[in-house]
Design a protein around this ligand. Structure first.
Ligand SMILES: Cc1cc2nc3c(=O)[nH]c(=O)nc-3n(C[C@H](O)[C@H](O)[C@H](O)COP(=O)(O)OP(=O)(O)OC[C@H]3O[C@@H](n4cnc5c(N)ncnc54)[C@H](O)[C@@H]3O)c2cc1C
Length: 499
């Protein structure tokens, strides 16, 4: 089936129609397009992407040292073997995704420079109408039977920077890593990086040697794991000349198996896991280093993603004296640095605010369903991918702790199965609806804070859909469960209403 073009009665502008519109050409959108092409070869589709190129997260973030914190055997797609070291640079990830586009001729389906502004559902025509800002071409319209939301979870235009007193008096530069200037000269400069998440841990060793000194200023510590950027099983299989496809699958299983053990251990024996992580740090920092103050968070391991430090690079920078960790609170900015609550001051030429993201719910697109603006927070999720009262739409929200792409692949299978079922049934509209038996169901937050509590979710939880206390209105964030449950989910148990 090919796409068709009609004119909008309202604007007389051409409206291109597709069976499926994919929003976003990041790792999820490109993966979605691959699966759709493989599993539903008759469907016409396009990918609308706001940026001028593919890659999403890996295109937006250009700060020195940008790399994954997951291994690429699981962060890579299940269908394309990863042949590099487990932790990959942003550039290597872009090359990998680029090869998927190239090998599968997906480029012809991507419309770059199309920033979607609104999506309007009509139950009469059983279609979405999408308006996108296409830059010099102005606003353009598309229509689609199904919307596949692969727009990620945060606003790409700017990161989250808290407000601090005195920033206007500071004479140096304040930079968020999400908007890293290409021409930033940090050689010989005093740098303070605020934050100690994966971004700070990646950035600091990449700039420490060239700058005068880097201070990692954190309010509270983060867990870090260290190890070689290598996978012994992969190395052995490669040495034996085992086909890349086998190596990829075997190493994926091994990584997932090991991670499952760590997750269970973190839950059941958090102190033991803590001590293991600390032993890894001591190897670089020595026994006298104050690990309790600077590397011992108040939450238990795995309540937030544990940042992996390949080859201990951040710790080497600290041990070498090129970087220092300060655990304190900011009182205010001064003309030449930061005054801390303890009374100490940190001199800085450049302050980098590695303070996180702004949650973006559904790509900041204005959704309307039959004339009524959609308040996403009033919906309940179906399997963590569709939403009550929202027809013909799925959102790829990956795993927080395990690799995002594991879930992107699973949801792609789910969407393709749903589209195939709709064709078999001869229906063109599917909407999740709470059933009579769900009437008294307890509604819970999108994610239980006890289970996972990063800042961007805490700040934005009130904007997110809710989940129920039972299937299919939950998402467990547990790959080992979902890889069995999602493919087996009964799509005809009444929770999905077909018309
Ligand atoms: C620095 C960093 C490192 C990370 N490392 C890891 C990691 O190691 N492992 C892991 O599992 N996860 C990691 N994550 C999380 C990461 O974002 C996801 O894993 C994954 O890259 C998300 O892919 P995505 O395609 O779903 O979304 P994104 O990468 O966010 O891509 C979404 C795309 O949609 C486009 N878009 C959004 N809104 C619109 C709109 N209205 N109109 C048109 N286009 C739109 C955007 O321009 C973008 O290109 C990391 C995140 C960051 C920021």
């Amino acid at each position: 089936m090919t796409d068709t073009e009609t004119n909008s009665p309202a604007t007389d502008q051409p409206v291109q129609h597709f069976d499926v519109l994919i929003v976003g050409a990041g790792i999820s959108g490109i993966g979605g397009a691959y699966h759709l092409q493989q599993q539903c070869p008759g469907k016409s589709f396009a990918i609308l992407e706001a940026k001028a190129d593919f890659g999403g997260t890996w295109r937006t973030h250009t700060y020195p040292g940008i790399r994954s914190d997951s291994d690429l055997f699981t962060f890579g797609y299940r269908f394309k073997p990863w042949t590099g070291p487990p932790i990959a640079t942003g550039e290597q990830i872009l090359t990998y995704v680029g090869e998927v586009i190239e090998d599968n001729d997906l480029g012809q389906h991507i419309r770059y420079g199309h920033h979607i502004l609104s999506a309007t559902w009509s139950s009469q025509s059983k279609r979405w109408t999408i308006v996108a800002d296409a830059g010099d071409s102005g606003e353009v319209q598309f229509s689609a039977n199904f919307l596949w939301m692969c727009q990620g979870y945060y606003r790409h235009s700017e990161g989250y920077t808290p407000r601090w007193e005195g920033t206007e008096t500071f004479k140096g530069k304040i930079i968020h890593p999400q908007n890293w200037p290409d021409d930033l000269d940090y050689s010989g400069k005093e740098i303070v990086v605020i934050g100690s998440g994966a971004t700070a841990a990646t950035l600091i060793p990449a700039i420490a040697a060239e700058s005068a000194h880097v201070t990692m200023l954190q309010r509270s510590p983060t867990y870090f794991a260290t190890g070689r950027n290598a996978n012994e099983v992969a190395d052995m299989l490669r040495e034996l000349d085992i086909p890349d496809e086998w190596t990829h699958e075997i190493v994926r299983r091994k990584v997932l198996h090991d991670q499952q053990i760590i997750v269970e251990m973190s839950r059941d024996y958090p102190d033991l896991v803590k001590e293991e992580l600390f032993n890894g740090l001591r190897e670089y920092l020595g026994d006298d280093y104050d690990i309790d103050t600077h590397f011992s968070p108040s939450y238990r391991p795995w309540q937030q993603r544990i940042a992996f430090i390949p080859d201990g690079d951040l710790l080497k920078s600290i041990a070498d004296g090129q970087a220092t960790v300060v655990t304190d609170h900011i009182e205010k900015f001064t003309t030449d640095g930061i005054l801390l609550k303890s009374g100490r001051t940190l001199r800085a030429d450049i302050v980098v605010t590695a303070t996180g993201f702004n949650l973006s719910v559904l790509g900041d697109i204005a959704f309307t369903i039959d004339g009524v603006p959609l308040d996403f927070s009033e919906t309940v999720t179906y399997q963590g991918t569709m939403f009550t009262g929202v027809p013909n739409m799925a959102w790829v929200f990956g795993y927080f702790r395990a690799s995002w792409t594991l879930r992107a692949d699973l949801i792609a299978d789910f969407v393709c199965r749903l589209l195939q079922l709709m064709d078999t049934k001869g229906t063109s509209m599917v909407t999740p609806m709470l059933r009579a038996e769900d009437d008294e169901m307890k509604l819970l937050p999108w994610v239980e804070p006890e289970n996972f509590n990063p800042g961007y979710l805490k700040r934005g939880m009130h904007l997110m859909p809710r989940q129920g206390d039972r299937a299919p209105w939950q998402h467990s964030q547990d790959y080992s469960k979902e890889k069995v449950e999602l493919p087996a989910a009964n799509l005809e148990d009444g929770a999905l209403v077909f018309k």
